[in-house]
Write a protein that binds this ligand. Structure first.
Ligand code: NDP
Length: 263
């Protein structure tokens, strides 16, 4: 199947690691031009240099941006327009989860989490909306979490914020149609930097990576018996962002190895 992304500019937030990194690489393999951002310039620049070596410097753009900072996001959008002349798709992927129960979550933590989840969508969407609409095949895809539909008590405020985002994306799918399609993926557990950090902080430092991940999959009752790979989420994000998904909007696609318990 041809995704129809050859020579088309696509923006991936949080493109320096995990799901975003795998998505940027896949899009480049598909022939797209790719703009990535993340806060940490060092890691981002290294990724951009690797991509430029493999795919050509003309097809890669990277800028250090905190997606919560309006001026930085707007500056990134202007730079992408200068570099690629616009954008056909925006993959809003930047972020991380917060582990805390209701009892542990302070007001400040609630505000931080709600700001991260909402404004990591709102700011890039506002900044890129006109470009996406002008492209003729505009698409927004959000990396959201299965927690939106299946909350977990140890991630109470992330779950709640994720549910709110799903609601917002559904509204946007109507408001921005037909110029821009808006979809999301609902991620279960994907082996990314977030999980690597938790593995490194494990209690039993003698436990191997393989054993720690196997235990995690077992404890989480993942029917497929393992965590997902960033490349598996990337394929779904790239498809939804592409003209190959031209009649799909307002959809949420689960990628969890079967972990959900609802129909
Ligand atoms: P990683 O930690 O591997 O990657 C996160 C990326 O986002 C990095 O590039 C990071 O770079 C960037 N980032 C984080 N905060 C910001 C910010 N404020 N502004 C700009 N960039 C930012 O994690 P994943 O690949 O797992 O995460 C991708 C998305 O998937 C996240 O939104 C996460 O919450 C979601 N998700 C992941 C799950 C999983 O199991 N992996 C489960 C459910 C949802 P830097 O730190 O340098 O800014």
């Amino acid at each position: 199947m041809d995704l129809g992304l050859k020579d088309k500019p696509v923006v991936v937030t949080g493109g320096s690691s995990g799901i975003g990194l795998a998505t940027a690489r896949l899009l480049l393999e598909e022939g797209a031009q790719v703009a990535i951002c993340a806060r940490g310039a060092e890691r981002l620049d290294k990724v951009a240099a690797d991509f430029a070596d493999t795919f050509g410097v003309d097809r890669v753009f990277a800028q250090a941006v905190d997606v919560l900072q309006e001026e930085q996001v707007n500056g990134f959008a202007r730079a992408v327009e200068d570099r690629f002349g616009g954008a056909v798709a925006l993959i809003n992927n930047a972020g991380q989860g917060r582990v805390s129960t209701f009892a542990e979550t302070t007001d400040e933590a609630w505000r931080e989490e709600l700001e991260l989840k909402y404004f990591s969508q709102i700011r890039p969407i506002r900044a890129f909306q006109n470009m996406l609409a002008a492209s003729g095949s505009g698409a927004i895809v959000a990396t959201n979490s299965l927690l939106a539909l299946q909350p977990e008590p140890h991630m109470v405020c992330t779950s709640s914020a994720r549910a709110g985002i799903q609601n917002l994306l559904k509204s946007l799918a109507r408001e921005l149609a037909p110029a821009i399609r808006v979809n999301s993926i609902l991620v279960g557990l994907i082996d990314s930097n977030q999980w690597q950090r938790r593995f490194e902080a494990r209690d039993d430092k003698n436990q191997t990576r393989e054993a720690w991940y196997a235990d995690l999959a077992k404890n989480k009752n993942i029917p497929m018996g393992r965590l997902g790979k960033p490349e598996e989420a990337a394929r779904l994000l790239a498809f939804l962002a592409s003209p190959a998904a031209s009649f799909i909007t307002g959809a949420q696609v689960e990628i969890s190895g079967g972990i959900s318990r609802f129909i």
